[in-house]
Design a protein around this ligand. Structure first.
Ligand SMILES: C[S@@+](CC[C@H](N)C(=O)[O-])C[C@H]1O[C@@H](n2cnc3c(N)ncnc32)[C@H](O)[C@@H]1O
Length: 269
């Protein structure tokens, strides 16, 4: 079968773009190369592999877990089903952190997952000191691998659960994209999320449980004038502001993502 034949066949089951990316993954070629070689033949073994992966994708299994990587900010990251697939809206944290004076500053990341945020920051500002933490050892192993591939070996990865005791010195900046999805609100048919780690996505108390802990505990670990940058769902923005004010943060700024939804709160101690 030619590339063209197999892509036409897959059209019945999955998006054309996904089919092209799966074929590119099997053939180790870019999409552009696939396009310019539509008459190339695929051997039977590869046809079978392609069909198997199309079937998998049809069940909702995320494309990034099939190809094993995801682009975020300016780099490629290894991903598998122990880490959340980086989302474009999370790039807002990086945009905002890069506006800060980072000279001689220490950043603590809570819930690093694949390491995508800390690694992207370190690549832009190699002078900064970063502690990247997660409660999942498996996620930390992926993050460490990504850090090695991206040559950001200065990042210190630590196994830490924000629900337990915090044993850090005070830091200048804390960043986090915590789990904030209310499981009860997620559509059964929602593409992909059911294959991602539950502890990376869902949080109790209508999605607020982890946010509340982080807002509260970060206050005690930020230096004076230090900042917490925390991602949340748009509908959570008002409550995040209210809780932060009650805790004592002196300034609260909220930022919109590319869809114009409030997605990030920046809280100054
Ligand atoms: C939404 S994911 C964020 C992953 C990555 N930073 C990103 O933005 O793509 C949340 C991460 O927090 C971690 N996590 C969840 N609960 C935690 C806890 N109690 N303590 C530490 N990490 C936790 C999960 O393992 C997951 O990697």
């Amino acid at each position: 079968m030619t590339y063209q034949d197999i892509l036409n066949e897959a059209k019945e089951d999955i998006d054309r773009l996904d089919a092209e990316l799966i074929l590119g993954f099997i053939e180790k070629k870019t999409r552009e190369k696939i396009f310019s070689n539509l008459n190339f033949s695929l051997n039977n073994e590869k046809v079978n592999t392609f069909r198997k992966l199309v079937k998998k994708r049809k069940t909702g299994f995320p494309l990034a877990y099939i190809t094993g990587n995801k682009e975020f900010w300016k780099s490629e990251f290894i991903v598998n089903d122990v880490v959340l697939i980086p989302r474009p809206e999370t790039e807002l944290i990086i945009e905002e952190v890069l506006k800060e004076d980072l000279i001689n500053k220490t950043i603590l990341e809570l819930g690093t997952g694949s390491g995508n945020i800390s690694i992207s920051i370190m690549k832009e500002r190699p002078e900064v000191k970063i502690y990247a933490t997660d409660k999942s050892i498996n996620a930390l192993l992926v993050a460490k691998k990504n850090s090695e591939l991206n040559k950001t070996n200065k990042i210190i990865f630590l196994n830490h659960d924000w629900k337990k005791q915090w044993l850090f010195p005070s830091v200048d900046i804390i960043i986090s994209n915590p789990p904030y999805v209310d499981k009860a609100e997620v559509d059964e048919e929602e593409d992909g999320v059911w294959f991602e780690p539950e502890e990376a996505l869902f949080s109790d108390k209508s999605g607020f449980s982890d946010i509340e802990i982080i807002l509260q505990k970060s206050f005690g670990f930020l230096k004076k004038n230090g900042k917490l940058l925390i991602e949340h769902a748009p509908f959570q923005s008002e409550k995040v502001a209210d809780i932060s004010m009650a805790i004592g943060y002196k300034e609260i700024k909220q930022k919109r993502d590319l869809n114009k939804d409030i997605r990030l709160s920046i809280l100054e101690k």
